[in-house]
Design a protein around this ligand. Structure first.
Ligand code: NAD
Ligand code: UGA
Length: 468
């Protein structure tokens, strides 16, 4: 017999903790779910009408449960005290200093949340590692909890990695391919896993909830992201061959994807993948491989990230060479700044890299994105702590209120994000063409435009993965 969960606390009200636990609350009306965070502004936003993250369908889910059995709070200790089960869903960025800098994950936030649990807990808890972490982190969490806990308090540690993608988080959570729960292979571990499985069984079929050992579960998360990113780098590498020959990457990807062993998803060529996790998790896997004295394995995975950097550079070079080998003084309209459509998130967005390259070439850049806040764009284009840098950036970069204003007077449009509103069926490209310098170029980094149609208007269309 395993324990029934009545109260859940989630530490970390971010892109993962917020949507995941809001769905858990919506689907389990009798379980109290409290999402806590140290960031008071973020909690205030979760309690307001303008949620801190843009995610289709999220508003409805939050409205269903908030105030009923879903609460957002800065009272981390209260949340811990009250809970039977605690999700640790804090950030795990790549270390920027010290040993493993540039590769290893910074586990400082996970550790401080874990220490807080040990310090505060007055009853047994199931502690669930939701953040993406290097293998064996659950083990470290156990040491910390056991070394600091009050006498007679028992902790079970589970790994329950999250597979949602931003922009589709709610449907990914409603209809997951699988829910993964890792535990120790002991009676107590299996019982804790069964308790968590019951929470998911509120809406997920039992056969999609799979259990395995802790290390398999931790590694599966890194592995899944690495394999997904590898598919993108593979198709992007092929896009370079397409551009140099007469092949069309969309056709190649379609042909390959029809093979049921390959499948059609994650084969869309692009300016490069972005997002907070792919690069971070692969670098993490590279670091793990190196720590395990497996240099060939490390090199293999590292190449996925290197190919991604190459793709961004290669696309920039194409822009420069098409624009008669100089961007000096030219105006480039950047359509889209988020790392993918349907999110306002810009972490590791390829648009940041491209804008920085264009700046180095002395271009003027006008950016339009339907969801990204202005302040976020300035933050992404400046180094933290560098005084007056924003002023320097603003001499070259401006933010436009709509795509028409961004493109007015521009020499080129560069599509960085595949927002539906940039499609030729949604925007009046005839109008845009009139207001641009001639020849008017469009660089489609996301393969969303009908090049022939735009060509008839007069545009010079350059598409990633298609010959010039
Ligand atoms: P995030 O930065 O949006 O959110 C993390 C939150 O944790 C922040 O609001 C921060 O203030 C809070 N926090 C940090 N330390 C805390 C502490 N000690 N006490 C209370 N709050 C604390 O990060 P995210 O995108 O939600 O990612 C969280 C984890 O989930 C990461 O490990 C990430 O790799 C993983 N993940 C992310 C995604 C995604 O799509 N973003 C998907 C799957 C997994
Ligand atoms: C990714 C994974 O898809 C999730 O399963 C995982 O949970 C998550 O990382 C995580 O661990 O954070 P996410 O980064 O939110 O999700 O979004 P994706 O849809 O995977 O897109 C990542 C990047 O790859 C985007 O820049 C996207 O434009 C790009 N991409 C994606 C392509 O260039 N081509 C494709 O075919 C697919």
């Amino acid at each position: 017999p395993h324990k029934k969960i009545n109260s859940i606390c989630c530490i970390g009200a971010g892109y993962v903790g917020g949507p995941t636990c809001a769905v858990i609350a919506a689907k389990n009306p009798h379980v109290k779910v409290t999402i806590v965070d140290l960031n008071a502004a973020r909690i205030a936003a979760w309690n307001s009408d303008k949620l801190p993250i843009y995610e289709p369908g999220l508003d409805e889910v939050v409205k269903t449960a908030r105030g009923r059995n879903l609460f957002f709070s800065t009272d981390v200790e209260g949340g811990i005290l009250d809970a039977d089960l605690i999700f640790v869903s804090v950030n795990t960025p790549t270390k920027i200093k010290g040993i493993g800098a540039g590769f290893a994950a910074d586990l400082g936030y996970v550790e401080s949340a874990t220490r807080k649990i040990a310090e505060v807990a007055k009853s047994d808890k199931i502690v669930v590692e939701k953040s993406t972490v290097p293998c064996r982190t659950a083990q470290s969490m156990r040491y910390i909890l056991e070394a600091n806990a009050k006498p007679d308090i028992k902790f079970d540690i589970l790994s329950n990695p999250e597979f949602l993608a931003e922009g589709t988080a709610i449907s990914d959570l409603f209809y997951p391919d699988r829910v993964l729960i890792g535990s120790l292979d002991t009676e107590s571990g299996r019982s804790a896993a069964a308790s968590l499985a019951d929470v998911y069984a509120g809406w997920v079929a039992r056969d999609q909830i799979i259990t395995m050992n802790l290390w398999s579960s931790e590694l599966s998360k890194l592995a899944a992201n690495a394999i997904l990113a590898q598919r993108i780098s593979s198709i992007n590498a092929l896009s370079a061959i397409c551009e140099a020959t007469g092949a069309d990457i969309d056709e190649v990807s379609y042909a390959c994807g029809l093979d049921s062993r390959i499948g059609p998803k994650f084969l869309k060529a692009s300016v490069g993948f972005g997002g907070s996790c792919f690069q971070k998790d692969i670098l993490n896997l590279v670091y793990l491989s190196e720590s395990l004295h497996l240099p060939e394995v490390a090199t293999y995975w590292k190449q996925v990230v290197e190919m991604n950097e190459y793709q961004k550079r290669r696309f920039t070079n194409r822009v420069i060479s098409c624009l008669f080998n100089t961007l000096t003084g030219k105006k480039i309209a950047v359509f889209g700044f988020a790392f993918k459509k349907d999110t306002g998130d810009t972490r590791e967005s390829p648009a940041i890299t491209l804008v920085n390259y264009f700046r180095e070439e002395k271009a003027y850049i006008s950016i339009y994105d339907p969801q990204v806040d202005e302040a976020q764009i300035w933050m992404d284009l400046t180094e933290p702590g560098v005084v007056d840098e924003t002023e320097a950036v603003k001499r070259q970069v401006s933010i436009a209120a709509d795509p028409y204003k961004a493109a007015a007077g521009a020499d080129a449009i560069v599509i960085c994000t595949e927002w539906n509103e940039f499609r030729d069926t949604a925007l009046d490209y005839q109008q845009i063409y009139k207001e641009m310098k001639k020849p008017a170029f469009i660089f489609d980094g996301r393969l969303i435009l009908d090049a022939k149609k735009l060509g008839r208007i007069g545009f010079k269309v350059e598409t990633i993965g298609r010959p010039r």
